[in-house]
Design a binder for this molecule. Structure first.
Ligand code: ARG
Ligand code: ZN
Length: 876
């Protein structure tokens, strides 16, 4: 069944209050839901109340405490319909259901993880707890009573403020919670169990004292202190930058080890995948610390963008997700290095969102139809949604953007709204017509902008010709031109920048050129000599750019741009054509040539002490194999791409051997570990240099030394990665893998790194390795993190290992998807999207991929999640 945006209408009944009582038991939990409704004005007096449900066992149904006669209700698989309800007066429906949390393997609704009861309700999990109008535009205050065995569940948590609790004299106890803020059911949460706690307090801008509590498994408390620090910084930042304060007496975070996604912003009670809470130097990498900081912030920021102001329907998901990702990106940029953060964002966008937008799963940031909403928690909704928000800020400028946000918070607090409501706030404060701009929400596909320049020395003008094209995507063949904000810089020979004045052919605000037509010719005057044009500075628009530019100009930008992101981009632009031709040479069996300008520019950046180490590390990281595949566009041979890239790496390594040796030896980490961005940047640079140096030396010695000397997980896992990926069969690697495994056998999250490092070893032997690792007693096929770490990374992040020419990788994945789907459809559907770019493979591989997808599609029992993905992949 397909749901369409145009079919939206409000519910017939208004929900006034929710009162829930849980009697928790692993296999026989009893839930009583008391719901007060009244008929919405103007609704037919005979219209029935229709509630959503999913796999529910209902044991009783009352209207104002009287049993409802069976003639007056129908309980179907996915709905409960009740007739004969009062015409205007409010009434109370009481529903009793019985659940078995311990057999709930979908991890949606109420389930058990390591003996803890926990819930996940977004998007449609609440209907697995009780019959309910389970949609985001139904808001109500909730009272929650929890009853459980006191010995095994001393902790009873739900949303809002704690009302009280007591023992019940029979080994059980209860607790009551009240959340005064009307909320949709997807923000409901309940946690019960025996957990350790880290506590702190925060005083808000207006003087409210908030108790902060992070709950983790006993013994892991010390690993939650960084998350607590990140939380306090997030609360302060949202006050400082967006003027947003917290609004309850308590804010809780619970870390659980079985979770389908990263985390969940339930009101006052965030539930987290423990991967994004737990960190210490011994077990967490710098990337883990950065993720924890970003996700703690993300979920906290949802309190205003998502919870106080929520979505009218699930088509509006980007209203909360795109905006909240934008907010967490800005937070991390302020806490760390803005440039390095931007580089990481753009790398991620290109690696994940661009392929989605270019393949069969492409969809608009604000879709108009879906079959399974869980499949729309995508990088398009999240990351492209964030970029669209960023473009609003770029087009309006910081002041008007802030005014627009303030108006949005003011006008829509307590409401469930749409993207149109959001855009209207910015149109109003800026007096700009944002109709064309809103196409970013409605047209799928990454726009392609083609640019060329010519300089007229006599006129002292630079002419920039721009042309845009939005590629066709499933269901959208014809596209309108978009409003594309392109930040530009004109760099003269000495690196000085031309002041932008007297531009014709486009609106220009500051350094932003507004491309709004299909074709536009922009003339910059008073340009004293031919400049190098830096285009789409800061990645001001999420586009593909085809700009034929000389290597000299690119090297010039890499050296002189004041926007450091643009310097990194220029290095990338230098490298990419070289990597593409390297792949072609490798495929043809010809020698691979490495561009001297590229080597020179990379090494200059690497050695430039004036630049921050984290930036230099980013400069050294060549475009990935997936980036190269995307640039080539089609008929891809992952083996050739890999081999070409390896040869370029080797050439750079040989040329820079001296520099890399110095970097490795001089930046040796002797200080006590600190997770701050500057220290992390030093580690990143040293490890990047180490990786090149090992290429140059072609023996494992340095990596073994680094492995043995490592005093933190970043260095340890980097050394292990170099060993395993460069020398998979060396005895040194076998020893290091065994040492690592033994040392961290008790720690699932660290074992995930061990699984991932091996699952991503390039080459066709990866498949046998993955199969062997699945049989390892430390692998647990029921834990989503383990499954993603081994099977997920094999499919997503091992281009040569997964895309075997014989198609065995795809056949293996098909088998795994079916097995996972039987337990956890959401997890299966997510991992299956690893095949989203199958059509851009060369014919032989593409044929194998198609057959594997058909095999999945033909399976007798498929979840809606997997069948939606597989059908779109075969069709689009
Ligand atoms: N709202 C959560 C977040 O972004 C993610 C929920 C994902 N839900 C899902 N059904 N996939 O923080
Ligand atoms: Zn979110």
């Amino acid at each position: 069944e397909i749901i369409h945006l145009e079919d939206y209408r409000p519910t017939d009944f208004v929900l006034e209050r929710v009162d829930l009582t849980f009697e928790l038991d692993p296999s026989e939990t009893k839930v009583e839901a008391r719901l007060i409704f009244h008929r919405r004005e103007g609704v037919d007096a005979r219209a029935p109340l229709v509630l959503d449900g999913d796999e529910l066992k209902m044991t009783s149904l009352l209207l104002d405490q009287d049993e409802i006669p069976s003639a007056n209700f129908d309980a179907a698989d996915h709905s409960l319909t009740i007739r004969g309800l009062p015409e205007t007066a409010p009434f109370e429906i009481t529903i009793t259901t019985e659940l078995s949390p311990q057999t709930n393997t979908k991890l949606m609704g109420l389930y058990r993880t390591s003996d803890v009861y926990c819930t996940q309700c977004e998007a449609e999990g609440f209907r697995r707890i009780t019959y309910f109008p389970d949609r985001p535009d139904v808001l109500a205050p909730y009272t929650v009573n929890i009853i459980a065995d006191k010995a095994t569940a001393p902790l009873l948590l739900s949303n809002g403020n704690y009302l009280g609790g007591a023992g019940m004299g029979d080994g059980r106890h209860f607790a009551a919670w009240f959340d005064p803020h009307p909320k949709p059911s997807y923000l409901f949460a309940l946690v019960a169990g025996d957990l350790g706690i880290v506590e702190d307090t925060y005083t808000t801008l207006s003087g409210r004292d908030v108790a902060l509590k992070i709950y983790v498994e006993h013994g892991k408390e010390a690993r939650a202190t960084y998350a607590m620090d990140a939380l306090k910084r997030s609360m302060k930042w949202d006050e400082d930058v967006f003027g947003r304060e917290y609004d309850l007496d308590i804010f809780m975070i619970v870390a659980v080890s079985d979770f389908n996604m990263g985390a969940m912003e339930n009101k006052g009670l965030n539930v987290f995948n423990d991967k994004y809470v737990l960190a210490d130097p011994e077990t967490a990498t710098d990337a883990d610390y950065a993720n924890i900081e970003a996700i703690i912030a993300h979920e906290y920021f949802h309190n205003w963008t998502g919870n106080r102001i929520t979505c009218r329907d699930w088509f509006q998901l980007c209203l909360k997700e795109g905006l909240t990702v934008y907010r967490d990106h800005e937070f991390s940029a302020d806490q760390r290095s803005r440039t390095v953060k931007r580089i990481a964002e753009v790398r991620h966008l290109r690696a994940e969102q661009f392929p989605e937008d270019a393949g069969p799963l492409a969809h608009p940031v604000r879709p108009v139809k879906y079959r399974e909403i869980n499949n729309f928690y995508t990088t398009t909704v999240y990351e492209k949604g964030s970029e669209v928000t960023r473009m609003i800020a770029t087009i309006l400028g910081a002041d008007l953007f802030k005014q627009g946000m303030d108006l949005y918070f003011d006008r829509h607090d307590g409401q469930a709204v749409t993207i149109e409501d959001f855009i209207a706030c910015f149109a109003e404060v800026s007096q700009r017509d944002l109709t064309q701009f809103s196409l970013w929400y409605h047209q799928a596909g990454t726009p392609l902008v083609t640019a060329s320049t010519s300089y007229d020395a006599g006129q002292q003008t630079l002419t920039l010709s721009l042309e845009q094209m939005v590629p066709p995507t499933p269901g959208q063949n014809i596209k309108e031109p978009m409003h594309i904000p392109l930040r530009v810089g004109l760099l003269l020979d000495d690196g000085a920048e031309v002041t932008i004045t007297g531009v014709t052919g486009a609106e220009v605000t500051g350094d932003v050129v507004h491309l709004v037509e299909r074709k536009q010719t922009v003339v910059f005057s008073n340009v004293p000599s031919r400049p190098a044009l830096s285009l789409n500075r800061g990645f001001s628009a999420p586009i593909n750019l085809h700009f034929e530019q000389s290597s000299e100009d690119r090297a010039h930008i890499a050296r002189f741009e004041s926007d450091l992101f643009a310097r990194w981009q220029a290095l990338n632009d230098l490298a990419l054509p070289n990597l593409v031709s390297a792949a072609a040479s490798a495929k043809a069996g010809l020698p691979v040539e490495c561009d001297a300008a590229l080597v020179e520019a990379l090494l200059a950046a690497a050695a430039d002490e004036a630049l921050e180490p984290a930036f230099r590390a980013q400069a050294l990281a060549l475009p990935s194999e997936a980036d190269i595949a995307r640039e080539i566009g089609g008929n891809n041979d992952p083996d050739a791409i890999h081999s070409g890239r390896q040869q370029i790496m080797t050439a750079i390594a040989a040329a820079g051997r001296q520099i890399f040796t110095t970097l490795v030896e001089r930046t040796a980490d002797t200080d006590a570990f600190s997770p701050d961005a500057a220290s992390a940047g030093k580690r990143a640079l040293r490890n990047a240099a180490l990786s090149y140096l090992v290429y140059a030396e072609n023996v494992p010695g340095r990596a073994v030394k680094a492995f043995d000397a490592a005093n933190n997980m970043t260095d340890l896992s980097q050394a292990l990665t170099i060993l395993a990926h460069r020398f998979p069969d060396a005895p040194e690697t076998t020893t290091a893998l065994a040492t690592f495994k033994q040392r961290f056998a008790e720690n699932g999250l660290v074992l995930d790194k061990w699984f991932t490092i091996q699952a991503t070893i390039p080459g066709s032997a990866a498949l046998a390795r993955v199969k062997m690792l699945m049989d390892d007693p430390l692998f647990n096929g029921n834990n989503p993190n383990r499954v993603r770490a081994l099977i997920g990374t094999y499919a997503f992040s091992n281009p040569t290992g997964f895309n075997r020419a014989d198609g065995e990788g795809y056949r293996f994945l098909a088998e795994q998807i079916l097995a996972i789907d039987a337990r956890n459809p959401q997890l299966a559907a997510r991992i299956l999207t690893a095949m989203r770019s199958w059509r851009s493979l060369e014919d032989g591989r593409a044929e194998h991929a198609r057959n594997a997808l058909r095999e999945i599609a033909a399976a007798p029992k498929l979840s809606p999640d997997v069948s939606d993905i597989v059908e779109r992949m075969l069709k689009g």
